[in-house]
Design a binder for this molecule. Structure first.
Ligand SMILES: [Fe+2]
Ligand SMILES: [Fe+2]
Length: 164
C-alpha cells in the first residue's frame, strides 16, 4: 500500500493535538487542586499533587519530542522539495516553525502551562500552521513529492509516533 504524505503528517498533527488537549486538562486540574493542598515547611509533599506534576511533566516532554521531530522531518524531507517550486511558501512555513519553537520554549515546562498567557497563543499558532500545511503543502506533497519521501517520512515520524 502506498503511503500518503498528507495522511501521515495530518495523523501526527492530530496526535500532537490530542496530547496537548490532555496536558491542558491535567494542568487545569492541577491548578484547581493545588491551592487546596496547603503545605508547611517540613511537611511531606502531597502525593496527589506530586503525581499530577509528574504526569504533566511526562506528557509535556512527549509533546515536545513529537513536535520537534515532526517539524524537523518536514524541514529535512519536504521543505527542500517545496523550495524548488514555491520558495516563498517554504520560507513562510519555516518562519512559522521558528515561531512555534520559540513560543513553546517561552511557555516553560510543567504546571505553568495552565496559567501561562503564552499557552493560548502557542495553541493558536500551531492550529493555523496545521491548517496552512494541510491546505497547501500536504495536498501538493501527496500529489507531487517523490514517492520515496513518503516512506522516509513515515520512518522518521515513527520515532515519536510508534503506532503510525
Ligand atoms: Fe510544519
Ligand atoms: Fe506539519
Amino acid at each position: 500500500m502506498t503511503v500518503q504524505i498528507g495522511h501521515i503528517l495530518l495523523a501526527d498533527h492530530e496526535r500532537i493535538d490530542r496530547l496537548l488537549g490532555e496536558v491542558f486538562k491535567l494542568a487545569q486540574a492541577f491548578d484547581a487542586q493545588a491551592p487546596q493542598s496547603v503545605r508547611r515547611l517540613g511537611d511531606e509533599p502531597d502525593p496527589v499533587i506530586e503525581q499530577m506534576k509528574t504526569q504533566i511533566h511526562v506528557k509535556w516532554v512527549e509533546i515536545e519530542a513529537s513536535l520537534m521531530n515532526h517539524m524537523q522531518a518536514e524541514e529535512t524531507f519536504l521543505f527542500p522539495v517545496l523550495k524548488q517550486v514555491d520558495m516563498q511558501e517554504a520560507l513562510a512555513l519555516q518562519g512559522e516553525h521558528q515561531a512555534i519553537r520559540n513560543t513553546f520554549t517561552e511557555i516553560g515546562t510543567g504546571v505553568v502551562i495552565a496559567t501561562s498567557p503564552i499557552t493560548p497563543h502557542f495553541a493558536q499558532l500551531l492550529r493555523s500552521h496545521t491548517k496552512r500545511e494541510s491546505e497547501l503543502l500536504y495536498a501538493w506533497a501527496s500529489a507531487h513529492a517523490p514517492p520515496n519521501i513518503a516512506e522516509t517520512l513515515k520512518m522518521r515520524l515513527k520515532r515519536t509516533f510508534i503506532d503510525l
